[in-house]
Design a binder for this molecule. Sequence first.
Ligand SMILES: Nc1ncnc2c1ncn2[C@@H]1O[C@H](COP(=O)(O)OP(=O)(O)OP(=O)(O)O)[C@@H](O)[C@H]1O
Length: 656
Amino acid sequence: MNQATRHTHPEAILQVLQDWTEAQWLRALDLSFARFLLSLEPQAPALLPLAAALLAHLEGEGHTCLQLDLFLHAPDRFLSGPPELITEIRHILAAWSQPQQWMDLLSTCRVVEYIDHTHPKIQDDNSETPLVLDQGCLYLRRYWRDAQCIARTLTERVSHRALNPVSAETLNPLLTQLFPADPSGAQENLPWQKIACALAMRGRFTIITGGPGTGKTYTAARLMALLMAQHNSESLRIVLAAPTGKAAVRINESLHNAIAQLPPLGQQAKDLAAAFARIGPARTLHNLLGARPGTRRFRHDRQHLLDLDVLIVDEASMIHQEMMAALLRALPEHAQLILLGDQDQLASVEAGAVLADLCTHTGSYDSATCTWVETTCNCTLATARHSSNPLSSGVVRLQRSHRFNVGIGALADAVQQGQTSLAIQTLHQEAVLEWCETPEVAQILQLADSHSGYRPLWENIRRAGSKNIEEHALWVQQILEQYSAFRLLCALRQGPWGVTGINQAIEDHLQETGVLKTQGLWYAGRPTLITRNDPQLGLSNGDIGIALPDPAGKLRVYFPGNDSWPRAILPSRLKYSESAWAMTVHKSQGSEFQHTALILPAQDSAVIRRELLYTAITRAREKFSLFATTAILEQAITRRTLRMSGLLSALQNSAN
Ligand SMILES: Nc1ncnc2c1ncn2[C@@H]1O[C@H](COP(=O)(O)OP(=O)(O)OP(=O)(O)O)[C@@H](O)[C@H]1O
């Protein structure tokens, strides 16, 4: 078959897709989807199976649609694979290199619904075409439906006021009390935390974004106090949630600390502690929505709304598009939704980059919002005539870090802004930053076996616990805390520089040096990462425990528990777990360590990106070590995640 025939016959394209599947570049699922569409429409143009397979493949890479102009302009930005395969794809795509060609060909297909905005019709939610073509984006239908739902619901929410709005006169003194001027004078140009509270008290949708330590939780605690002071705190139903179990535990801890430091707020002061206690701990979004095992459905939906008035969700950068849509469907119309998160962190594992999309082109406020801020916060925001993001007036970016060590903060800023030479200079200058530019596994082991690594933990584990139950619990608690002080993070899972290689190297080192006896899967001291949710045991994917002897000498895995009393589980009951001396940056999201070390591989890989580096750096509280060559570091800072998503254009559309 000559090349021209290969490009114009659907069957021939299927053969090419088959070859790519055998080369393990496409998933079998991607090929099946292309075949399925062709079986529904055998006369379709050859572009259809190609577009379908690429779309399905890109969904697996985190994109929620195929943005024709972006993709066709530079397909290499979105496709990673062996060079010869990418060349072949480029060659085939050359036959359809113009977005208009795709629009013309695909809009004639019966399996594609073309949304014509010049002749809008009532959208038919029951339309069954598997693909949708909308504003130059090709979607799998469910992703299109979710993007529409998010855009429509949030645009409505941001324009609605809270059900029982507080007056500016009442709010102003309360905000002054909660956010006094910094006596050191180290103020931002605008009091963003105070502004965030003022906006969240007024509206039904607010995003409070900002890097680590910028006070998102600090602000959320004050917001909760304001809500309780304003409403009848006994009947106001505030719910806290997070995308993962670990993030839920963390928001509980940090809110608890923030609440303990709250100044008394008017007459309600004495009731606040009791009111906070009534709210109960944060839940995972899956649990809140009532996930139905084995399905994509939830118990709560449009017909079965959540029973709450205010929902605060932390670590919102981890929420994927499908989850956000499910959450919005289940949220009662009157409820106030507040999302907390860092838009610069890694996007969700599953498709979408919702928080980053929602925070695009923000920082400008309509005149009503500016007036509200002026009367409640006594400060002036610049009024924007027009923002291309209708949510702009509901988004506040906190800017000043209150926690960071200055050196770590400077490095995170340089990376986030893509300033490679500044990042390199900072790495050389700051005492809290350590950079090994010619990494070898021996150096990683040396760090792990040092006092700023795992050495204090290993020594304590060797000491073995007491037979006295209370002393033993204290020892376990101490070990869990020591383990949390240091962490090795890897960009990759597999290979000598990945999680599996580094974990193995550490276990071999422990065995060889005799520090711990690490034969077999289970040994005393093994940090254990749970890799699947286990509702029966009450464990979530991402939870970490440590295997240690119990007071009777029997090995158990201890997990941090409530009331500082660790929970013990028999190793044999943990079916899905792995060692966790090293973990991926993805798994570390939502956690912080005094000392964090990041290991980047010697060979470049598509996963090494700016967001990954930024996320790893911002896990460190006091010290950050980097194992990476200059070339890989430069690559990491330069390469950005670009997820194709139609959410922003759906938002703009829903505002018109
Ligand atoms: N305005 C402020 N004045 C004084 N201390 C503050 C202020 N804002 C935040 N802090 C302190 O800074 C630290 C970090 O704040 P917080 O935990 O709220 O940040 P965060 O943005 O939620 O961080 P993360 O992203 O890591 O969850 C806390 O100890 C908090 O008490």
